[in-house]
Design a protein around this ligand. Structure first.
Ligand SMILES: Cc1cc2nc3c(=O)[nH]c(=O)nc-3n(C[C@H](O)[C@H](O)[C@H](O)COP(=O)(O)OP(=O)(O)OC[C@H]3O[C@@H](n4cnc5c(N)ncnc54)[C@H](O)[C@@H]3O)c2cc1C
Length: 168
């Protein structure tokens, strides 16, 4: 079971209540003005955004938004950041109609759940990778595969046990 931010939808009816929240984020692509181009991602730490050269154009990212996973998008950070980003790099028209929005599945201890489910012997869990699921996906999958096939786990699985959150 590896459904990222949707994992709780499937686990709740099975009696599992994990304290997972989402941190939402947005991005949108712009056409550069006057033939300008970026060779590398640029982060503006002070104002909390990135400009990244992509095939679709220059991508502007936002910081975190705390909101319900299924609440309507509120891309105010894009609107606030664009004028600031424009001073750094000449972005023009939006290429996309609406900003893209995604949800990062997060636990309070910033660790995912990886391993056998505590009350259903043949159910294996792998979700909650927060901000770094692209980066940690491969090692997470390797650890899960080791456990499912009875091999010595590539790393200690104890910190990722679902049991750490179970109240019941
Ligand atoms: C704005 C943003 C920026 C990010 N930046 C980075 C980054 O720079 N580096 C990094 O490492 N990570 C980053 N991440 C995190 C990364 O995207 C996630 O941690 C990662 O995608 C989690 O992978 P996953 O496979 O667990 O879940 P997901 O990628 O969310 O996949 C879950 C899948 O389950 C499917 N699904 C849901 N319900 C059902 C169902 N009932 N039946 C069948 N399928 C279902 C969904 O459609 C989805 O395809 C970012 C995330 C966001 C939102």
């Amino acid at each position: 079971m590896a459904l990222g931010p949707w994992s709780s939808d499937v686990l709740k009816p099975l009696g599992y209540e994990f304290p997972m929240l989402v941190k939402r984020g947005y991005h949108i692509h712009y056409r550069p003005l006057g033939g300008a181009f970026l060779r590398r991602p640029v982060v503006d730490v002070e104002n909390g955004y990135l400009l990244i050269p992509m095939e679709r154009g220059v991508r502007l990212t936002t910081g975190i938004e705390f909101a319900e996973r299924d609440a309507p998008p509120t891309p105010v950070q894009i609107a606030r950041t664009k004028p600031i980003a424009r001073k750094l790099f000449p972005i023009d028209m939006e290429v996309d109609g609406e900003p893209w929005m995604g949800s990062r599945p997060c636990f309070a201890d910033s660790l995912p759940i990886i391993g056998r489910s505590p009350r259903h012997e043949n159910l294996w869990l792998d979700f909650g990778h927060g901000h770094i699921g692209f980066t940690t996906g491969p090692i997470s999958g390797r650890l899960l595969a080791d456990m499912m096939t009875g091999h010595t786990p590539v790393i200690d699985p104890a910190p990722y046990e679902a049991r750490r959150f179970l109240m019941v």
